[in-house]
Every structure is written in structure tokens, then in C-alpha cells.
Design a protein around this ligand. Structure first.
Ligand code: 6CM
Length: 262
């Protein structure tokens, strides 16, 4: 009578389907569906401009402005061996890890305002001030889920997970409430696919050497108020590659030696 093997990932994260209804359910359904479709399109034939390339990591943007404010949509693609789609999304979603990788946050800048369900949180984030513009904050819902595979996915894709962060309004924290901090508005989507490198192996036999994570990260951030366009574009050009490089290295170090969380 041997005890069943202990699964260290048991109870660690969202187990789909997670069907709790709340006041944001319909909006989340709509935005997540849109964002997954948009991420799956990849770079396609649209006029994306490659602005950063480091090994497998490629970043593209489109220069766009609304009322004189830079809102350049960004799409980044990356491919990293050794961890799963779920693991990448898990560390991005869970608040307890945020300070370990999010370098744009001010000291104690992150608060979970509300937990709507296991897979949906509302965050307030205060970001570091970037001279000469005013400090920025953001209020957004964050939702993580597994996405069913699609006909267009490669045959060696085992599963697909996504986290979407989307700005929302909350009465207790009005935008630009103190006249000093400017509210940003954003839609961010991190879509990840677990790729199996050895198709002969059964899922239960896979080790970290047999998997890779195909990453698509899309974002549109409206700075909400005056920010010098050239400076903002320079900051994005430096900070987005730094974020994805640093965050994927972080996930590699957090998952090393642990059983794989599919
Ligand atoms: O997606 C990322 N992080 C998520 C969790 O924190 C979340 C947050 C995104 C907001 C990022 C906003 C950056 C601050 C923008 C300030 C604009 C001020 C302009 C000043 C100009 C002189 O989705 C990673 C985000 C990585 C961003 C580089």
C-alpha cells in the first residue's frame, strides 16, 4: 500500500473550468476572446516595425497617437526552453511574485483591491515616476485561464494559457484623484503555448529538457495625460525588452528542479 505520489502543484493555481459569475464576467469573456484572437494572429501582414531583437526574442511596434498621446501597440514574440505555458502565466498573474520581477513598480506600489474569483483579481499599481512626466497609476482586472487549442496551433503544442490585464474603473480610487498622479489605461495580454520537443514521449515522461514555451505578449498603454512622445518611445524601447528578458529568466530560476506544472 504505497502512498500516492505527492503533486507539489496540487491546489497551486486555477483549475479550469472556473465558472464563477461576477459583475465583470461578461466584459472579461469579451476582452479575453478578442485578445487571444489578436495574439494568435502573430505579426501577420500588418505593418509592424521590428524595434528589438535578442536571440529568440523579437519586439514589434506600430507608431500610433491619440490626441497627441503615444499609445504605440506592441507585440513581442519569444521562445524559451525549460518551462510550461502555465508556469509563465502563473508567475505573471500571482501577486506574491510581482515585486520580484516588476521593475516599473514604486515601493509598495501594488495592492490587490479585490479577488473576484480564483482566476480574477483587481489590482491598483503605482508606477515609478519617470522624469519629466507625472507619476502614473493603474487600476486593472487581471484574469488567467487555459485556452482550448485551435486548428491554427502547431501540432507540437500541448496547451495554451493566457493572462489578460485590462484597465477598469473603481469608485473608491478615482482617476487623477489627487491631482498629482495620472491614471494610465492599458490592455495587456500574455499568451503562452507549451511546445513538446520530443513527440515520441508521453506527457507523463516529459522533463524540462523536452518542453519549451512559445510566448506572445501584446500591450497598448495610453499614458492618460501629457508625456513627451520621444522620451516615452525611448523608455518603451529600453523597458519592454528588459521586462521580457528579466521575467523569462525569473521563471526559469523559479521552476528549476521543480516538477512541471502543465
Ligand atoms: O505587463 C507588465 N506588467 C504587468 C504587471 O505589472 C501590467 C502592467 C503594465 C503597466 C506598465 C506601465 C508602465 C508605466 C508607464 C509609465 C508612463 C509614464 C511616461 C513617462 C514618460 C517620460 O500589465 C510588464 C510591463 C513592462 C513595461 C515596460
Amino acid at each position: 500500500n504505497r502512498a500516492a505520489p505527492v503533486d507539489e502543484n496540487e491546489n497551486k493555481t486555477v483549475k479550469p473550468p472556473c465558472k464563477l459569475e461576477h459583475h465583470l464576467s461578461a466584459e472579461i469573456e469579451r476582452v479575453v476572446t478578442e485578445q487571444v484572437q489578436y495574439a494568435r494572429m502573430g505579426i501577420g501582414k500588418d505593418s509592424w516595425q521590428l524595434f528589438s531583437e535578442e536571440g529568440e526574442m523579437k519586439m514589434y511596434r506600430r507608431e500610433e497617437e491619440v490626441n497627441g498621446l503615444v499609445i504605440d501597440p506592441l507585440k513581442a514574440c519569444h521562445y524559451v526552453k525549460g518551462f510550461s505555458a502555465h508556469e509563465m502565466c502563473y508567475y505573471f498573474f500571482q501577486p506574491e511574485y510581482r515585486y520580484e520581477w516588476e521593475i516599473t513598480l514604486d515601493t509598495n506600489g501594488m495592492t490587490v483591491i479585490e479577488k473576484l474569483s480564483e482566476d480574477t483579481l483587481i489590482f491598483h499599481q503605482m508606477h515609478k515616476r519617470m522624469w519629466p512626466a507625472a507619476q502614473r497609476d493603474a487600476v486593472f482586472w487581471s484574469h488567467m485561464r487555459e485556452v482550448p487549442l485551435d486548428k491554427s496551433d502547431d501540432k507540437n503544442v500541448l496547451n495554451c494559457w493566457v493572462v489578460v490585464n485590462n484597465s477598469t474603473d473603481i469608485d473608491s480610487l478615482p482617476a487623477n484623484g489627487n491631482g498629482k498622479v495620472v491614471r494610465i489605461y492599458m490592455t495587456v495580454c500574455l499568451m503562452c503555448q507549451t511546445v513538446v520537443l520530443d513527440p515520441k514521449k508521453d506527457k507523463s515522461q516529459l522533463t524540462r529538457a523536452d518542453i519549451a514555451c512559445k510566448i506572445t505578449y501584446c500591450s497598448v498603454v495610453n499614458p492618460g495625460g501629457w508625456a513627451p512622445s520621444a522620451a516615452l518611445r525611448m523608455i518603451y524601447k529600453r523597458e519592454y525588452p528588459r521586462f521580457l528578458r528579466k521575467f523569462t529568466a525569473y521563471v526559469t530560476s523559479k521552476t528549476k528542479g521543480k516538477s512541471i506544472m502543465f
